[in-house]
Write a protein that binds this ligand. Structure first.
Ligand SMILES: C[S@@+](CC[C@H](N)C(=O)[O-])C[C@H]1O[C@@H](n2cnc3c(N)ncnc32)[C@H](O)[C@@H]1O
Length: 278
């Protein structure tokens, strides 16, 4: 397992990380899925950011989600290590750099194409990030070295039966007391959309969309401490934020504090690796 060097962060993909990710022995169908996902995201990488910022609602969703995640994130020290996996094109880490955060940020992703776009964007904006190619099931990081771990919009792509393996791997690399913030697709809203909107169903053919319910999410983090859960992305809040900003703020509060979270697009779970674990 590589050690974390104390070098100043730089926007480059670690050279040894550019090698092919070896298959894990055992689950052939999982390895096939991973290869399909790498191809999908390598193909999409160059257009990923423009394709997803398709309308006001999507743009609002991302801007609001980054604000929300930032507001619940531990205040990092200068020497804190923050890993974002999958980093994708780096939008969340670049948002934090723009907001003036100077702590060490490491982006991990399985798709070289996404990491390449992330490296270009961070270089262009002068933001320094460490980037590493790696697999959620076998992170390229030593044990107990990470203070903050963000995992945004990954689990819906992968089979639910394998989520405990990913969560155990994140827990391995977190320091005792370290914070995980994970965003997962919310079941009630996801299933309703699949029933009503054909574009949702056709997306399912490219790759699976696996949803989580709040009780399932609670179970996944039963052995963690300080677990909190809130909804993010209630439909209609982007329009309300334009015409009635105070009402949209009120809805965001409800998403954080009430069962309204069951209706939101995603669930944001915060959990801490217990201080007593090693
Ligand atoms: C929906 S994008 C989300 C990217 C970023 N977190 C965001 O919110 O913009 C999913 C990302 O997961 C990455 N990915 C898929 N399977 C992975 C795996 N097994 N390990 C690490 N990254 C993976 C893809 O390459 C892609 O960049």
């Amino acid at each position: 397992m590589p050690t974390l060097s104390k070098n100043e962060p730089s926007t480059q993909i670690e050279p040894d990380a550019q090698a092919e990710i070896p298959d894990l022995p055992g689950d052939r169908s999982l390895e096939d899925l991973k290869h399909r996902l790498v191809k999908t995201y390598d193909d999409k990488a160059k257009h990923y950011d423009t394709d997803r910022a398709v309308n006001d609602a999507t743009r609002y969703y991302f801007a609001n989600s980054y604000r929300t995640i930032e507001s619940v994130m531990d205040q990092p020290r200068r020497d804190s290590v923050h890993v974002d996996m999958p980093v994708g094109t780096g939008k969340f880490l670049l948002h934090l750099r723009q907001r003036g955060y100077t702590h060490r940020m490491i982006g991990v992703d399985i798709a070289a194409g996404m990491l390449g776009v992330c490296a270009d964007e961070s270089e262009e904006s002068g933001a320094e990030l460490n980037l590493s190619m790696g697999d959620a099931y076998r992170l390229p990081l030593p044990d107990n070295c990470v203070d903050i771990f963000t995992c945004l919009r990954l689990t819906h792509l992968l089979p639910k039966s394998t989520w405990p393996q990913i969560i155990a791997e994140i827990r391995r690399v977190l320091r005792p007391g370290g914070q995980l913030i994970i965003e997962m697709r919310n079941m009630m809203r996801g299933v309703t959309c699949q029933m009503l909107v054909s574009a949702f169903r056709s997306r399912r053919e490219t790759h699976p969309h696996t949803f989580v319910s709040p009780p399932e999410a609670s179970k996944l983090f039963a052995a963690w401490s300080d677990v909190r859960m809130q909804g993010m992305g209630l439909d209609g809040t982007s329009t309300l934020s334009r015409i009635l900003p105070p009402v949209s703020k009120g809805l965001h509060l409800l998403e954080a504090l009430s069962p309204v979270r069951y209706l939101s697009k995603t669930l944001l779970v915060q959990a801490r690796k217990p201080k007593s674990s090693c």
